[in-house]
Design a protein around this ligand. Structure first.
Ligand SMILES: Cc1cc2nc3c(=O)[nH]c(=O)nc-3n(C[C@H](O)[C@H](O)[C@H](O)COP(=O)(O)OP(=O)(O)OC[C@H]3O[C@@H](n4cnc5c(N)ncnc54)[C@H](O)[C@@H]3O)c2cc1C
Length: 403
């Protein structure tokens, strides 16, 4: 039986960052497995039949305010500057989202200045004494008309319920701008990995102490190898064999298509709050900067069943998760990290941050002298700018043993 210091379940951001750090930073041997046939988790991208780079599980845009996280990932990829822009199709026209001065002027057929837009918005808002539902949150900010045009239909499709039946906590206060800034994110670092996410993950995991095993569930892997510690990034309820019931998720179906035209739409993402069964269309060339005579897009259809994507933030579900977390906290040698293991929607940078924090804790047990920020020591000296280039993995990816 092969022996490893760590078995890591899941080769998404959480698992891959920990594999990289434990191997390269602490000299630990790692087996990382995934039941999917690829590394990268939900951020996986690949070249489709037309030769276009697409994101299999919907658009992933990297943005962060953390220099530390950006610099860490920069070890494994070069970047392409990209600021994300989204439009919503409303009444047959495309308007900027989040709502900004152009959205307000367009919808209300005005020509307001920045100074006047704030006052105008106040006349639209319908203040509400207690914000009980998601509808209350939005209507109290932008009024009923903008709520009906931009939010109600989208939320109904996304969550399968009307915003008036959704807890206020599901919709945080929505960003509304009275200037013309039409960027979706305002973070300091907004970049896309120049050669794609999968290439970045390949560079991360290309280390002599890391073995990768794909297309296999960890419940089968754990019978075939020995390991000292387990890092688990899969669904926490599955780890405990659904002892307290299934944690509910909203799912998505992705329909990818390629079109014989250079461009499909003016920006990367167009939302359809009021028409069609899908919520949005993403055109990948805007994200990747690829030049090509054809173009590939993905339509997203929200589903009640399927792969787990969005934890449903309801108090009853938080209570179930709290019971699982209590079990997890009492398991020595097992570490739960990432979006599925902590039943929480996180952006990629947050998951990287979570994984680096766990590594910092684990590193202390491997090297008592390490007091650093968790990723600045390179015992094997192989890092540097090597990761800036796309390189095929030198070590073979293992195949699961067949019963
Ligand atoms: C549609 C969509 C769009 C998104 N867009 C963005 C975006 O634009 N920007 C952003 O920052 N974030 C975005 N995110 C969030 C991003 O996907 C997550 O932050 C990130 O993927 C989380 O990484 P992770 O490692 O925790 O989980 P995952 O990437 O899901 O990795 C977990 C892995 O564990 C594997 N696994 C689970 N159970 C087992 C098992 N029993 N055995 C073996 N393997 C197992 C799974 O197959 C999976 O590959 C988006 C999410 C979705 C759903």
């Amino acid at each position: 039986m092969q022996t490893y210091d760590y078995l890591i379940v899941g080769a998404g951001f959480a698992g891959s960052v920990l594999a990289e750090r434990l191997a390269r930073g602490s000299g630990q041997s790692v087996l990382i497995c995934d039941r999917r046939g690829h590394i990268g988790g939900n951020a996986y991208d690949h070249t489709d039949a037309a030769g276009l780079l697409v994101h299999k599980y919907g658009p992933h845009i990297f943005h962060t305010n953390s220099r530390k996280i950006f610099e860490y990932l920069s070890r494994f990829t070069a970047w392409r500057a990209y600021e994300h822009r989204v439009r919503a199709s409303v009444d047959g026209k495309l308007f900027p989202v989040p709502i900004n001065l152009d959205t307000i002027n367009g919808v209300y057929d005005r020509n307001l200045s920045e100074a006047k837009a704030g006052e105008f918005l106040k006349t639209l808002a319908e203040p509400c004494a207690t914000l009980r539902t998601s509808e209350d949150v939005v209507v109290s900010q932008v009024g009923r008309a903008l709520y009906e045009k931009f939010f109600r239909g989208y939320t109904r499709k996304q969550w399968g319920v009307d915003p008036s039946d959704l807890d206020a906590q599901v919709t945080a206060r929505i960003p509304v701008r009275t200037n013309r800034d039409d960027r979706y994110f305002t973070d300091e670092f907004q970049w896309m990995p120049r050669h794609g996410y999968t290439s970045m993950f390949e560079n991360m995991l290309d280390h002599s102490k890391i073995d990768i095993l794909l297309n296999v569930d960890y419940r089968d892997v754990k019978k075939q190898v020995q390991y000292r510690e387990l890092i688990y990034t899969g669904p926490i309820d599955e780890y405990f064999e659904l002892r307290y019931g299934k944690l509910p998720y909203r799912s998505l179906e992705f329909k990818h298509t390629t079109h014989d035209q250079e461009w499909f739409q003016p920006v990367a993402v167009v939302n359809y709050p009021n028409e069609f069964e899908f919520t949005r269309i993403t055109e990948f060339k805007h994200l990747t900067g690829q030049q090509h005579a054809r173009t590939s897009v993905v339509h997203e259809y929200p589903r009640a069943e399927g792969d787990p994507y969005y934890p449903i933030p309801r108090p009853a579900n938080a209570a179930i998760y709290a019971r699982y977390r209590a079990l997890a906290q009492n398991l020595p040698g097992v570490h739960f990290v990432g979006r599925l293991a902590t039943y929480r929607y996180y952006n990629m940078d947050q998951v990287v941050g979570q994984a680096l924090t766990l590594y910092k804790k684990l590193a202390r047990t491997h090297d008592k002298t390490k007091t650093s920020n968790g990723f600045d020591s390179e015992p094997d000296g192989t890092l540097g700018r090597r990761g800036m280039h796309h390189q095929p993995r030198k070590r073979p990816i293992l195949q699961p043993a067949r019963a």
